[in-house]
Design a binder for this molecule. Structure first.
Ligand SMILES: Nc1nc2c(c(=O)[nH]1)N[C@H]1C(S)=C(S)[C@@H](COP(=O)(O)O)O[C@H]1N2
Ligand SMILES: [Mo]
Length: 155
């Protein structure tokens, strides 16, 4: 009886919390050190940034919040010229570290104040401030706009 209540509670808790705070959202692997597994809390603990932009994939202007690639590279002590950003579906693209500038792209974890489900291209999405720089309105940067990103490889 107790055992059943316990299991029922466990089930209820796991269904009620589809994204527990310490679930791994992003695995960052390196050629020369152990991988780092980041939860939403870990990402939110990094310096946060915000911008509004329209995108090819959303309606109208939306607000993104996340960690800028600029800060992320610093936080992770990433050196070198490129990283590989990889999505849940194994889509992989190289992102030059040159992109990691102030006012540049971010690893977004919220859109319009809400956590993004995989259905909304979340939970993590590399987005560029397309509206503020026409250069970002090109296939090159669209292809780096990896949604449902769950891995970064630092070669
Ligand atoms: N997760 C994921 N992100 C992705 C892709 C993908 O296949 N999977 N395609 C990329 C490419 S090559 C481009 S040009 C844009 C294209 O988005 P579209 O499918 O809306 O044209 O998204 C990028 N982000
Ligand atoms: Mo593309």
């Amino acid at each position: 009886m107790l055992r059943r209540t316990f299991i029922a509670t466990l089930l209820a808790v796991s269904f009620a919390s589809p994204s527990l705070a310490d679930d791994v959202l992003l695995e960052v692997s390196f050629s020369d050190r152990d991988p780092v597994r980041l939860s939403r809390a870990d990402l939110e603990a990094m310096p946060a940034t915000e911008f509004s932009t329209s995108t090819l994939w959303t309606e109208g202007v939306v607000v993104f919040q996340g960690v800028s690639l600029f800060d992320f590279v610093k936080e992770m002590h990433i050196e070198g010229d490129t990283i590989e950003a990889i999505a849940i579906n194994d889509y992989l693209i190289e992102v030059p570290i040159e992109d990691a500038v102030k006012g540049g792209p971010m690893i977004a974890y919220r859109m319009n104040g809400e956590e993004m489900s995989p259905r909304d291209k979340g939970p993590l999405w590399i987005v560029y401030p397309y509206d503020s720089n026409v250069e970002y309105q090109s296939e090159t940067y669209y292809s780096r706009s990896v949604w449902q990103m769950n891995r970064i490889v630092v070669p």
